[in-house]
Design a protein. Structure first.
Length: 397
């Protein structure tokens, strides 16, 4: 893979015509724009079909008719968002080159147009903007960590990432339990939301039958813990199955044969995560005879151990990102950030510009998610652009 420095990029590409660099599949700019948008309509709706399916799976309950309608509307809007961002890359570049810059430069080729096209996030309703921003901030963290690793400044390992996940889960669960008391809660997409702190007080109890008065649930502790574990285990397995079977849907026999025991890992992680969390909170409630938001700290920390079953860099940093999100929403409500600043939208634009720039210029350290995202949403047009560009670079070097 090619790492494009500013020097080499400008040496190789600055004098190119736009059909050499931006739309290698066709000569005319108008033609390029329309074919790009067509590819992106297909790609964007395909991508969001997967996203919405997973989100519905994670909720883990049947949708009512009203919710189906609601989700379909959101799906349509998300599709428009995706296709506008991806489709406008070619158009913006052609326009910029013809109107303002006569040459391609390191910053105005990807960073600038992709920062501007981030404004399409306004097609999403405000609560989804926050979720999308959360995802992209998390990807920026991943990109930075990978960059530092490539420079030899730090090393990633499953053990270290598990430790990070454990510490940040402890913080996140504590913040989420405090956030439950808040009327204007920030939308967080997490495996599960811990229940609000129970106000009931009772005597400490021994053994493990029934429930303690202080427990934040109605049924017996045993069934509360087992039900949660089984449900999330099922969700984890279903997600892995979707990923494995869907691409081979036309050959069902082969698809089922390709399932392996290792596909249970994600289920073990999800199930273990909620199981350990609930177990620790219940044990603490039973021994103290009262509930406290602070119980989430040891519970979240130990639950983080389950991450070891299916370690991955983007998930390792996810609780950290979500904790930052809760803290900033508190800062926002306290008036520390002015209400009329479009902070979410601006941050999203910056993250998007940076990540898409990384996709083209620093493919080695770009998060996998962004590479797959651009491949799917543009129906592989992004890869065509990338290879034309790499060819140019190799010729010059
Ligand atoms: Zn053009
Ligand atoms: Zn309990």
């Amino acid at each position: 893979m090619v790492e494009a420095s500013k020097f080499w990029f400008e040496k190789a590409c600055s004098g190119c015509q736009c059909q050499e660099l931006i739309h290698p599949w066709t000569k005319g700019c108008a033609n390029a724009t329309s074919s790009m948008f067509l590819s992106c309509i297909k790609g964007s709706y395909k991508f969001y079909a997967m996203v919405y399916l997973i989100q519905i799976l994670m909720k883990g309950k049947k949708l009512t008719k009203k919710e189906v309608l609601e989700q379909s509307k959101l799906y349509l809007k998300s599709g428009i968002f995706g296709l506008t961002v991806a489709g406008s890359f070619v158009t913006l570049n052609c326009i910029f080159r013809n109107l303002f810059f006569s040459q391609f430069s390191y910053y105005n080729t990807v960073l600038l147009p992709c920062t501007i096209s981030g404004l399409a996030v306004y097609f999403e309703p405000p609560h989804r903007r926050i979720l999308v921003l959360n995802l992209f901030v998390n990807l920026v963290f991943e990109y930075w960590v990978r960059t530092l690793e490539m420079k030899g400044w730090l090393r990633r390992s499953p053990g270290r990432e598990t430790l990070i996940f454990m510490f940040s889960s402890a913080v996140l669960f504590y913040l989420m339990r405090r956030e439950r008391e808040n009327d204007k809660r920030t939308p967080i997409f997490w495996f599960f939301t811990p229940p609000r702190v129970s106000k009931e007080v009772g005597e400490p109890i021994e053994g493990f039958e029934g429930r303690s008065h202080a427990c934040p649930h109605e049924e017996s502790c045993r069934s509360y813990i087992l039900k949660g574990t089984a449900k999330l285990f099922g969700v984890g397995c279903a997600m892995t199955m979707l990923r494995t079977i869907l691409p081979r849907i036309l050959t069902p026999a082969k698809a089922f044969k390709s399932l392996k025991l290792s596909h249970l890992k994600l289920g073990l992680f999800f199930g273990g995560y909620i199981g350990i969390y609930r177990l620790v909170v219940c044990l603490l409630c039973r021994s103290h005879g009262r509930d406290s938001a602070l119980f989430a700290v040891p519970a979240g920390f130990l639950a983080g151990l389950a991450f070891r079953a299916a370690p991955s860099t983007p998930i390792a940093f996810a609780p950290l990102t979500s904790s930052l999100q809760i803290l900033s929403s508190w800062a926002y409500q306290k008036g520390m950030i002015p209400k009329n600043w479009p902070i979410v939208e601006v941050l999203y634009c910056l993250c998007q510009g940076l990540l898409f720039h990384a996709r083209v210029m620093h493919e080695d350290v770009c998060p996998r998610y962004i590479i797959n995202l651009m491949h799917t949403v543009t129906s592989s047009k992004a890869d065509e652009i990338q290879s034309a560009f790499i060819e140019k670079m190799l010729k010059t070097m």
